[in-house]
Design a protein. Structure first.
Ligand code: AGP
Length: 613
């Protein structure tokens, strides 16, 4: 949520900042801005910012915008509407200080009142502007002290980068709860809130921890705490392919990421399956067989799609390990003073590893002595670091706001976890081997679902015409329906409501008519007959049906005049089928949004990582 980039070195900063912002735009895209400081006589602060996309900013950047030190920001509005004034960077009104900030300052109202009482004219609605004034008004000697003083007054979360005209050779950055990564170049230094903005320039990085600050000059970086004592942060080389951050020939990142699912699933499985004993090896969990056996309950926490796939995961745990398991939105869990049990395994699931609701839930559990493992995609992210152990998802960078390949790897991660929990309990070796073989087949079958894209494109185009849709499923199929509805509404902006198929006749059937299609998830399992019966009830009321099922599943004699489309996905083991059904729904959502001409990677009002409560 919001992106930060900074540069200090021998090159002109503005083009590098704009390029970096373009790569961070999925984190927030309602406004953007840059500030640069020129050397010597040019050492004046120049700021350009505006509502809209980074490309709008680039097109209107003033001709004279020279400077080899600079910071940039792309915003997802929290305080105040998305307009030019509220865009970052924010300044101290005297042209000395520019600040870009991610996060939320909880005591902004009190700080604003204090500054206003002192005669300061605050021009924006943002919480960030107070930081620029606190820094600008500080009488401390060094920029490091000024920034440390300011952040000491702030309650809340921040990743921030500061320029000051009196210190034209440096950027001072600070982190508390919002990620910041330092990029180390050759006589040049970078900072960004996400690796995506750095990898074109350097793969040598250093991570800041919460409560830490750093000074960046062309020649290096120095990290310190709020009391100015030095703290050592080693540089490391990250193993990433910069091309993984490009959309390549695809029309969007989401399209690229959907098509990457077979290879992403192979990566999360690699080295983790044990054919001989029909189980999985998850070294990162850091739990031996005795500890795994002692688990009496599993509680999954995540937000949005991560929560829906968490429901699929809880189902897998109950089914394979016969341990009571459920999923709950992390955003709700923390606020009901949850009872933390010593023999419960808490599982935090997150693509970004930054989602603040999930992070705060993890902290709450650990504070009360609970054990949390993470299913996280971004290596070294806050949630990954906060957990007791975990399973990295290895999906590769996910840029599109709508999660696809990370979600699939979350499902596979849950299957691996459930298999291991099951095999130290009563799951038989033959069932274990059956599931290992199923997981080995999964990447290829994901490819087979994706190969149905041309047929699903036409169907999705028709679905896009409906203002309202139902997505229905039962038991294993219900979280699939929930995720399908979520993806559909997220990018097509159509009202898609998920329901248990069994609940239709208890109310929502009243809404069914020829204008309301029902997308029904009908796996080949012990509930197929019941599911099919519900299809007949919908068809009898004139409701168009899209049945996502498997070849050979008999839908019975639906009325001749009924509108029925059928999508057959390959069969795996019935426990693993939910993810194949889910991928078909991704394609439907994608092509419905494409048919409506939406900006699929950047759906309105949303952003990739939700780092605010
Ligand atoms: C997914 O399509 C959504 N954009 C959203 O629900 C997302 O899954 C959720 O915000 C959680 O994100 P995380 O996995 O990074 O924690």
């Amino acid at each position: 949520m919001c992106g930060i980039v900074g540069y200090v070195g021998g090159q002109q900063a503005a083009p590098l900042l704009l390029e970096g912002l373009g790569r961070l735009e999925h984190r927030g895209y309602d406004s953007a801005g840059v500030a640069v400081l020129g050397p010597g006589r040019e050492s004046r602060l120049r700021v350009a910012k505006r509502a809209g996309r980074v490309r709008d900013l680039a097109e209107r950047l003033p001709k004279r915008f020279a400077g080899k030190v600079g910071v940039g920001h792309t915003r997802w509005a929290t305080h105040g509407p998305a307009n030019d004034v509220n865009a970052h960077p924010h300044t101290d009104g005297k042209g000395d200080v520019a600040v870009v900030h991610n996060g939320i300052i909880d005591n902004a109202a009190a700080l604003r009142a204090e500054l206003t009482d002192a005669g300061v004219d605050l021009v924006s609605d943002t919480d960030t502007e107070v930081l620029a004034h606190l820094i600008g008004r500080s009488s401390a000697e060094s920029l490091e002290e000024k920034v440390a003083e300011a952040v000491a007054r702030v309650e809340g979360t921040y990743g921030l980068a500061v320029l000051h005209a009196a210190y034209p050779d440096r950027i001072v950055v600070a982190r508390n709860g919002s990620p910041l990564i330092i990029g180390i170049g050759d006589h040049e230094m970078f900072v960004a809130s996400d690796l995506a903005a750095l990898v074109r320039y350097t793969t040598r990085v250093a991570h800041l921890d919460d409560g830490e600050l750093a000074t960046l000059t062309a020649e290096g970086f120095h990290t310190f705490r709020q009391d100015l004592s030095a703290v050592s942060r080693a540089a490391e080389t990250v193993d990433v392919d910069p091309a993984a951050y490009d959309a390549g020939d695809h029309e969007s990142y989401m399209h690229k990421e959907m098509l990457e699912q077979p290879e992403a699933a192979e990566r999360v499985l690699r080295g983790r399956l044990d054919e001989r004993f029909g189980t999985s090896h998850l070294g990162g969990l850091d739990l031996d067989a005795r500890e795994l056996r002692a688990i009496r309950r599993v509680k999954v926490l995540g937000c949005g799609s991560a929560y829906y796939v968490g429901e699929m995961g809880a189902g897998l745990v109950e089914e394979l390990a016969r341990i009571p398991a459920d999923a709950e939105p992390a955003s709700e869990f923390r606020y009901r003073n949850p009872i933390i049990e010593p023999d419960t395994l808490y599982v935090a699931v997150s693509q970004s590893g930054e989602t603040v609701d999930t992070l705060l839930a993890v902290q709450e559990i650990r504070r009360k002595g609970g054990r949390v493992v993470g299913l996280v995609n971004v290596v070294g992210s806050a949630i990954a670091r906060e957990c007791d152990g975990g399973i990295y998802l290895h999906a590769g960078p996910e840029v599109a706001v709508a999660s696809t390949k990370a979600l699939t790897n979350m499902f596979v991660g849950f299957a691996l976890l459930a298999l291991q929990l099951g095999r130290v309990r009563d799951l038989s070796i033959s069932d274990g081997r059956r599931l290992v073989a199923g997981l080995q087949r999964l990447p290829e079958q994901l490819g087979e679902v994706l190969a149905q894209e041309p047929a699903l494109t036409e169907l999705a185009g028709r679905l896009a015409q409906a203002e309202n849709l139902f997505f229905v499923g039962r038991v294993r199929g219900y979280p699939v329906a929930r995720e399908g509805a979520q993806k559909f509404k997220e990018i097509s902006y159509r009202h898609a409501e998920a329901y248990q198929t069994s609940e239709l006749k208890h109310g929502p059937l009243a809404l069914i008519d020829a204008s309301v299609p029902t997308v029904a998830i009908v796996p080949d399992d012990e509930l197929t007959e019941r599911n099919v019966a519900a299809l007949h009830e919908v068809a009898a009321r004139g409701g168009p049906l899209v049945v996502v099922t498997h070849a050979g599943v008999d839908l019975g004699d639906l009325p001749a005049q009924a509108s029925v489309d059928r999508v057959d996905v390959p069969r795996n083991e019935r426990e693993l089928d939910p993810i194949l059904l889910t991928v078909a729904l991704q394609l439907l959502a994608y092509h419905a949004a494409a048919a409506l001409g939406h900006d699929i990677d950047k759906p309105r009002n949303l952003a990739k990582s939700v780092t605010v409560e």
